[in-house]
Design a protein. Structure first.
Ligand code: BTN
Length: 242
């Protein structure tokens, strides 16, 4: 897997997207930067990260040979790969907050931004990963933290990247072997607030409660509502508050 290292770039996702449009890119190519001037997060948010302290990278995966439901399996696989890499560092109380934030207790330590690219009618995907590693100041982000803030240890970024890539290969092999259920089951086993009473906010600002039961293969969240009905929610429809 080629790894392209950059000092500063607007966004590793944007850089890799541009590459994909202009040339043939090998599966699992990684673009990593010390600093992003326009780091992007989910739902049009920004992703700010101090220079040289955190992991910011994007990974390419061609989806043309796969089924339409494959993108969410890739998302689950990368979430699990990161979870395993962080577990190996003994980061406590790790969970995946749907769809793919990685939390330690209730603090976000990693975010993932998945973007599809369509070229010559073929779809491929770009998986952007931001892991808060050695940054200690999160003054304006009360729900965020870093590995260093949690354990007091200063980490080697290259070692964590290598570990995430190795676990990504492990999960890719599982997917290539067609064992999709194994990935989905493990993802659901690690889901934040699964089977616990949770509060959600709709895009219209309404609050409701329910129990998270799991996900569909297309990435919708299954929530058991108070009237005993299980409803499927899209990421654009609801936000899990707590
Ligand atoms: C989120 O939780 O909102 C997703 C954050 C994703 C951030 C990463 S950092 C590397 C890659 N390049 C970007 O511009 N965004 C992703």
């Amino acid at each position: 897997m080629p790894i392209i290292k950059l000092n500063a770039i607007d966004s590793t996702n944007s850089f890799l997207k541009e590459m994909v449009y202009n040339e043939v890119v090998e599966d699992y190519t990684v673009v990593i930067a010390d600093y992003q001037t326009k780091g992007r997060g989910q739902m049009g948010t920004t992703w700010d990260s101090e220079s040289g302290k955190n992991l910011m990278f994007s990974l390419f995966k061609d989806l043309s040979i796969h089924d339409v439901e494959f993108p969410f399996y890739i998302s689950m696989a990368i979430s699990l790969a990161i979870l395993k890499a962080l577990k190996a560092l003994n980061i406590p109380d790790l969970r995946i907050k749907w769809p793919n934030d990685i939390l330690s207790a209730d603090k976000k330590v990693c975010g993932i931004l998945i973007e599809n690219v369509i070229k010559n009618r073929l779809t491929s995907t770009i998986i952007g990963v931001g892991v808060n590693v050695n940054q200690t100041d999160f003054d304006n982000l009360p729900k965020a933290s870093s590995l260093k803030n949690i354990t007091g240890i200063q980490y080697d970024l290259d070692e964590i990247l290598t570990s995430i890539i190795n676990y990504t290969k492990e999960y890719s092999t599982i997917l290539q072997q067609g064992d999709y259920d194994a990935v989905k089951n493990e993802y659901e086993d690690n889901l934040f607030r699964k089977n616990k009473p949770s509060t959600f906010e709709t895009v219209e600002g309404e609050l409701f409660s329910g129990f998270i039961k799991g996900v569909t293969k297309y990435g919708k969240l299954l929530v058991l509502l108070e009237d005993e009905i299980v409803k499927k929610f899209d990421l654009k429809e609801v936000n899990l508050l707590y």
